[in-house]
Design a protein around this ligand. Sequence first.
Ligand SMILES: [Zn+2]
Length: 227
Amino acid sequence: MIARTLLVCFPHVDDETPFVGTMVKHVQRGDRVVLVFATYGEMTSLFGDMSQEQIQKERQAHAARLEEIIGCETRFLGFPDAGIGTSREEALQIAALIAELKPDALITYNPVRGHPDHRHLCELLRDAITYARLPRLVAPASAHRERVAFYVTYEPASPYPPMYVDVTGQMEQIKAVMQIYADAYDWSVEGIVERRKADGAASGVEYAEKLSVMQGPQPAVDYLVRP
Ligand SMILES: [Zn+2]
């Protein structure tokens, strides 16, 4: 088996929660999973009046826990929170990351709605994949010319087809990650379990994570209905 590289890239720590099971599965298969946060999320009001330096430390501690539970690598890019744009310079910064990691697949936010950081980072990643194909733009790194499968969060209003990943065997890690956020800011572990269960029911497994395919292969199924 060839080990693949999955790049999961979001603006903020905690954006990754819909895909914890998917990441764990890839790690368990022997793939390299790199979870990249574009910002430190320093504009959040979830930590009350904590200073920006303290928030940064708090986020790094969360990332260290994510590495332990998921088995992934984590990184911060240091973009300003609530300040991600769609400039060529920013796309080139992301292109350097693409050229370095050479991902086979990528997950980020669906651009149809939501926080500007979420929409803009999706745009930057799409541009970065194109820029990373050009040797002159990413030197001294080598260009990444392989096709990158591009997945985004599921949004009902989005034109991209939905897809489900069976995460029945990864629920312990999903709950452990949700517990970090339940402890930090009152999120519900039960809520995410219910959602996985509903997405599992919709896809014929016990628990599933749902995403949308922006660009990538649509796997063939054996039959139209399960026996
Ligand atoms: Zn976010």
